[in-house]
Design a protein around this ligand. Structure first.
Ligand code: HMG
Ligand code: MG
Length: 299
């Protein structure tokens, strides 16, 4: 399949990146991060999540973050909602759209959202109905698509089945998450090939954590499979609190560098992106996880 001319990057740093941070991060710092990502030209930013603060304390201030960000027309400001309460809170906060999240592995579903896969899908039905009434689009996630921290290997057919349930209930796009970053390019191609048997490729996205250093290769493999939407995290921040040892998503700066090199348009400004990454890393007191930013900041 020829490479696409345009790719949409979904910036998940303020959510997937920061959710794993134990140290307090002020609302002002989160707001500044989102505003800088907007200024860098991201068209989709996952700002936070409306989950139980007992489960993920760092996301507790998401409503305040939504209240203070400077919104730019045409940019999607999204949030995760695990249940109807989360959806209502997200709606009240003024999200552009929400994302629901399921898993391809039963053990991960239990650890992450305390219910089975089928229970989680049932919980999403009223969210879909209410979202439709309010004109809010819903994105779907499937976790553990290329391996589970508790169950090991996950069959692509199992991923396809959960993804298809999300798509059938009305998710306009389903993002396939390599939560623990164990996937490799061959497995990634097989996965998209199998899932594309049920869902059009244009409705699928890739979400690669970079734990084993495979994320960029997996994105390239996905491009060859006709996938044009990828989730990434500024400075490579993050991980999943319920997948021990999992590192952050692939760094947005590194994906942008690869896409620029391939002549694929994203509308994102590299200098502004690197500056946004540097500032949040200063706040967190840690070096960037982006190879590109490391080099560019040193020169
Ligand atoms: P539970 O304990 O089974 O639920 O948690 P519950 O209904 O018994 O409620 C427990 C408490 O949470 C109650 O408070 C509820 O009111 C409250 P209490 O009475 O004890 O004071 N509660 C809420 N509070 C705020 N917002 C809500 C909400 N719902 C209940 N929406 C639940 C079930 C789903 C709530 C919990 O397991 C949860 O919040 N899990 C979220 C886990 C999470 O956010 N994980 C990270 C995101 S997923 C991810 O990172 C993967 C992804 O990046 C893709 C990939 O990489 O694969 C997307
Ligand atoms: Mg993730």
């Amino acid at each position: 399949m020829p490479l696409p001319q345009h790719v949409r990057l979904v910036e998940v740093g303020p959510r997937d990146g920061l959710q794993n941070e134990a140290q307090p991060i002020s609302v002002a710092d989160k707001v500044q991060l989102v505003d800088e990502l907007t200024a860098a030209g991201l068209s989709y930013i996952e700002v936070g999540s409306f989950v139980s603060p007992k489960w993920v304390p760092q996301m507790a201030g998401s409503a305040e973050v939504f209240a203070q960000i400077q919104r730019k027309a045409g940019v999607t400001y999204a949030a995760l909602a695990p249940n109807f309460r989360g959806f209502e809170d997200a709606l009240a906060a003024g999200v552009t759209e929400v994302a629901v999240f399921a898993a391809a592995s039963e053990a991960f579903s239990q650890r992450n959202i305390n219910c089975s896969i089928s229970e989680s899908l049932e919980r999403f039905v009223p969210i879909m109905e209410a979202a439709r009434l309010h004109g809010i689009r819903v994105r779907g996630y499937v976790s553990c698509v290329l391996g589970c921290p508790y169950e090991g290997q996950v069959a692509p057919q199992q991923v396809a089945s959960v993804a298809n349930e999300l798509f059938a209930m009305g998710c306009y796009e389903v993002s396939l998450g390599d939560t623990i970053g164990t996937g490799t390019p061959g497995a990634t191609r097989t996965l998209f090939d199998v899932v594309a048997g049920q869902i059009p490729r244009g409705k699928l996205a890739g979400h690669f954590h970079d734990t084993y250093g495979q994320a960029l290769a997996n994105i390239y493999a996905s491009l060859l499979e006709g996938i044009q939407v990828f989730d990434s995290s500024i400075a490579g921040l993050g991980g999943c609190p319920y997948a021990k040892g999992a590192s952050g998503n692939v760094a947005t700066e590194d994906v942008l560098y690869m896409l620029n090199g391939l002549g694929i348009d994203t509308g994102i400004d590299m200098d502004r992106l690197i500056a946004a990454g540097q500032r949040i890393c200063d706040v967190l007191g840690r070096p960037t996880g982006s190879r590109v930013a490391k080099v560019r900041l040193a020169s």
